[in-house]
Write a protein that binds this ligand. Structure first.
Ligand SMILES: C[S@@+](CC[C@H](N)C(=O)[O-])C[C@H]1O[C@@H](n2cnc3c(N)ncnc32)[C@H](O)[C@@H]1O
Length: 242
């Protein structure tokens, strides 16, 4: 018993020492720098077919940072959405990931929209694929028709990442998000936040513009807890009606 207490104390002392060293030798400024440099390294490695360009869920390419996928899993478990609307399907890896988490929770369906067809997208009873532009009237009619009055709806924007398109999506899909639920804007890291400074105004700029006139949404920075996220300031929470 005494030995156990001594071991525990040793462990606590080690932890405190590690924290102290960390604060002494890694200033908040250099911590930010380290995270940003790693973010750039991780992101740019896809140019050589590595990291997120080589990420698969159950064998299907999934263009995400795995740290964000973990955050998604936590959000889905906490919120148990009835319907997840995803703009931007690509190979269907992210839709399959969402469906797998819904399987584990035993709840939820996925509606995923893309301009393009892709052969061999995974079939899953929880996934419905829609083809067309996320901002077209026809697609929006189909999305609205899939929402039942009491549904808890979560939306993920991961299609065309240019500011004007994302802003339009935010305006069109924001009202579909249920109060208390999430509107996740992917790839707010573009245009120098901190990757691809040449991209031009993108998702981050669209979010900033949108938030000016939409106080019903706020940035939930607690979802950036793993230090690196492809979606800085992109995890929005709907805190009011409208
Ligand atoms: C970043 S990928 C999606 C990645 C996918 N969500 C994943 O995590 O694996 C972007 C996709 O958006 C699609 N896209 C581009 N413009 C679009 C639009 N206006 N409406 C719907 N989809 C669009 C592209 O065809 C592409 O497949």
């Amino acid at each position: 018993m005494l030995n156990k207490i001594i071991d525990r104390l040793k462990y606590e002392i080690k932890t405190v020492r590690r924290l102290l060293y960390h604060r002494l030798y890694v200033s908040p400024k250099s911590e930010k720098e380290v995270v940003e440099r790693f973010h750039q390294l991780f992101y740019n490695a896809h140019l050589f077919g590595e990291t997120w360009g080589k990420t698969r869920w159950l064998g299907v390419p999934t263009l995400k940072c795995p740290l964000d996928m973990w955050v998604y899993q936590e959000i889905l478990f906490e919120e148990r959405p009835d319907l997840i609307v995803e703009c931007g399907t690509a190979s269907g890896g992210s839709a399959l990931y969402l469906a797998s988490v819904c399987d584990l929770i035993g709840h939820g369906k996925i509606l995923t929209v893309d301009l393009d067809e892709q052969p061999d997208r995974p079939g899953h009873p929880r996934i419905t694929y829609l083809r067309g532009s996320s901002t077209s009237g026809d697609i929006l009619d189909q999305v609205r028709a899939a929402i039942r009055p009491a549904d808890r709806v979560l939306v993920i924007l991961d299609s065309d990442h240019h500011q004007s398109h994302v802003l339009e999506e935010l305006r069109l899909y924001g009202p579909l998000v249920s109060p208390g639920s999430r509107l996740i804007v992917e790839d707010t890291n573009l245009n120098g936040h901190p990757i691809d400074p040449e991209f031009g105004p993108g998702p981050m700029e669209a979010v900033e513009e949108f938030l000016k006139t939409h106080p019903e949404f706020e940035v939930d920075s607690s979802k950036e807890k793993f230090l690196m996220t492809f979606n800085p300031r992109g995890y929005l929470k709907k805190i009011g009606p409208a």
